[in-house]
Design a protein around this ligand. Structure first.
Ligand code: BDR
Ligand code: CA
Length: 314
């Protein structure tokens, strides 16, 4: 089993990613840490708990992370994810609380003790705080898979930028920069691949037929997200970015791409843009694996086999 921490901002697609991770026997989820992104970090923690309750896994600890980007004004994504961050499903709150220690302290402490992998599904504020203070801890990051950025694809909150990196561009820039300095690699699951992962009404309907409980839970939290995609982009269904990062973490054949040096723009009209040196102009060591191809059918088979319970309860 592979020990992981999920750093996230639940968030509808974060919730689906948690569902996939929890139902994957290859992973031992040591903790979930939250960061302000789709919703403020404390609300994200409450949402993580709601998802864990649905999965009967309230034993997984949840740590609340940074409440604002390093420098930029915090702009959430509740227009996309609903006022409660879970598609205005307004699920009942869970009584058991979150851990007292902050996410940044927790991450620092555990990385000081052992090698661990991180799946980052929100802005990189927590990670930037940890690594800018103690860059050597990057050597204890077994693997970092980050949902964020874009290479050939257009952005989703500016012409050139993806939300997680746009929300806290300084954090993303710091983490990419430090990974280069410490000789480690960030696996970048960006919009090039995630925009292909569309949960269509057909797929959802089938999920509900296969598993009433988890299927209906997914239906409850994705309706708002589907409406948003239809109104904003004319897409029937919704793009679910974050679970692809989990699927790729477990099965590398889920996406393919190339290694490159990547920097993140922090200011002006390019704020949050990933500048991928695919032609090696800068002659720098790669600090990223840029994933550019995926297979949506394969992903959905993988997702459904794991997240949906069979009739015998397995
Ligand atoms: C990313 O931003 C958030 O809105 C989603 O949860 C995902 O992590 C996609 O740009
Ligand atoms: Ca997210």
């Amino acid at each position: 089993m592979c020990k992981i921490i999920i750093d996230c901002d639940p968030g509808i697609d974060d919730a689906l990613a948690i569902m996939l991770a929890v139902n994957s026997p290859e992973l031992e989820i040591v903790a979930i840490t939250t960061v302000s992104g789709n919703v403020p970090s404390d609300m994200g923690a409450v949402n993580a708990k709601k998802v864990l309750k649905q999965l009967n896994r309230l034993d997984i600890p949840v740590y609340i992370g940074e409440d604002a980007p390093l420098r930029e004004e915090y702009i959430d994504a509740r227009d996309t994810h609903g006022m409660d961050g879970l598609g205005e499903s307004f699920l009942p709150e869970v009584s058991s609380g979150c851990e007292k220690q902050s996410a940044v302290d927790f991450l620092t402490e555990i990385l000081e003790k052992e090698k661990i992998s991180i799946i980052a599904l929100g802005p990189m504020t927590n990670l930037a705080k940890v690594f800018s203070k103690k860059p050597h801890l990057i050597r204890n990051v077994e693997e970092l898979v980050s949902m964020g950025g874009n290479f050939r694809s257009h952005g989703n909150c500016s012409p050139v930028a993806e939300y997680n990196y746009w929300c806290d561009p300084d954090a993303a820039a710091i983490v990419y920069d430090l990974f280069e300095k410490e000789g480690n690699i960030i696996h970048m699951i960006g919009l090039d691949v995630t925009r292909e992962i569309v949960l269509t009404p057909n797929r959802l309907e089938y999920m509900c037929r296969l598993d009433k409980e988890n299927g209906e839970f997914i239906r409850k939290i994705t309706g708002f997200y589907m409406d948003f995609h239809w109104e904003q982009e004319g897409i029937i269904g919704c793009v679910i970015n974050d679970p692809l990062a989990v699927a790729y973490f477990i099965d590398r054949s889920m996406c393919s791409g190339f290694d490159s040096f990547t920097a993140v723009a922090t200011d002006g009209i390019c704020r949050g843009q990933t500048v991928v040196d695919s032609m090696d102009f800068w002659k720098k060591e790669p600090n990223s694996r840029i994933l550019t191809e995926t297979d949506p059918e394969k992903f959905f088979r993988f997702f459904m086999e794991r997240v949906l319970k069979k009739e015998d309860g397995s």
